[in-house]
Structures are given as structure tokens and as C-alpha cells.
Design a protein around this ligand. Structure first.
Ligand code: AR6
Length: 171
């Protein structure tokens, strides 16, 4: 299954995949980080579509079209803010991946790219988050044979190393 997982150093908005995942906030109306980059690249029609979604709970996900992005769809998920790990952060982050993979199956996506959800402004420790991401992905890949490629996109070296280590350890 590991040969269906790719680690990519890139700007997620440039990827030609069926779906990209956005690390959004509860309003779904844009923000900084990867969320801001996705809204800039997709154009104002993405924000218009997001306005109709009435926000999103932490740990859940909603889907929109990709608009001006090369990706056909954007799955918006809201990761937990890190509060030290005792307020359900691990389960909420796992849920972000599970809910995103549900859309991947429902929309028969063959390729999906994830940013390192919650590990930027929201402060989730990178290694811990990478383990959760890889673990949930291995489960999803076992259940969804139509999903050919799962890309983990990293924007800093530390995140890339965290994914590599998690892949070695979870395999
Ligand atoms: N492509 C790929 N990864 C990126 C990109 C990009 N273009 N830009 C940033 N990253 P963050 P969070 C990486 O803070 O922690 C927003 O304001 C970044 O280096 O974007 O879930 C939302 O509206 C980091 O590794 O997301 C929320 O309010 C990772 O993406 C809040 O931030 C996630 O960092 C969500 O915080």
C-alpha cells in the first residue's frame, strides 16, 4: 500500500490531482496559510460556494469544486487547535482524514493531496500529526482500491521528515 502514498514538497494549489484537502477554519470563509493560498488560486467563486455551506465543525469536512485550481475538487476540513493533547485533539485530527477519505470514495477520486492539517497556526506537533495521517491513510487505502494516489504535501523540511519517519514506523 505504501506505493500508493507519495511525499511531495510543493505548493498544494499547483497539483494536478482529483482532489486537494484544505486545512480550513470553522467559518470556511478563508484565512491564512494553506487556506489562503487555496482561495487565492481557486478565485472568488470558491468563496461564493463556501458561503452556502454554513461553516464546518472541527473534525468534519465539506466538499466544493476546485474552480480555477487544476484539482477538480477541494475538500475543506477543520483540524483541531492543539491544547496539549488532552482535549481529544488526536481523535479530531483522525476524523479530518476519515471524513476526507469518505468524500474521496463518494466522488470516486483516484488521487487526493493533503496538507499537514493543524500543524501550522493550529500548533499540532508535526510528528504526532504525521503518524495520525499515515495511519488513517493506510486504513482508507485498504478499503478503497480505486484510490490510486495519496499525496502528502509538505511546505517545510521538518514536516517532510515527520512523514518519512511515520511511513517507516507505521508500515
Ligand atoms: N501548500 C501546501 N502546504 C502549505 C501551503 C501550500 N500552499 N501553505 C501552507 N502550507 P496552516 P492549520 C502548510 O497554518 O495549522 C488558516 O488561517 C504549512 O506549512 O495553513 O490547520 C485557516 O483558515 C503547514 O505545514 O493550517 C485556519 O484558521 C500546513 O500547511 C488555520 O489556518 C498547515 O498550516 C488552520 O491552521
Amino acid at each position: 500500500m505504501n506505493n500508493r502514498i507519495e511525499l511531495v514538497s510543493s505548493d498544494i494549489t499547483t497539483l494536478e490531482v482529483d482532489g486537494i484537502v484544505n486545512a480550513a477554519n470553522n467559518s470556511l470563509l478563508g484565512g491564512g496559510g494553506v487556506d489562503g493560498a487555496i482561495h487565492r488560486a481557486a478565485g472568488p467563486a470558491l468563496l461564493e460556494e463556501c458561503r452556502k455551506l454554513n461553516g464546518c465543525e472541527t473534525g468534519e469536512a465539506k466538499i466544493t469544486k476546485g474552480h480555477n485550481l487544476p484539482a477538480q475538487y477541494v475538500i475543506h476540513t477543520v483540524g483541531p487547535v492543539w491544547h496539549g493533547g488532552t482535549t481529544g485533539e488526536d481523535d479530531l485530527l483522525a476524523s479530518c482524514y476519515q471524513e476526507s477519505f469518505k468524500f474521496a470514495r463518494e466522488f470516486t477520486l483516484q488521487s487526493i493531496a493533503f496538507p499537514a492539517i493543524s500543524t501550522g497556526v493550529y500548533g499540532f506537533p508535526k510528528h504526532r500529526a504525521a503518524h495520525i495521517a499515515i495511519r488513517e491513510t493506510l486504513k482508507a487505502l485498504a478499503e478503497n482500491k480505486g484510490l490510486a494516489r495519496v499525496l502528502f504535501v509538505y511546505f517545510n523540511t521538518e514536516t517532510g521528515i515527520a512523514y518519512e519517519e511515520a511511513l517507516q514506523e507505521e508500515r
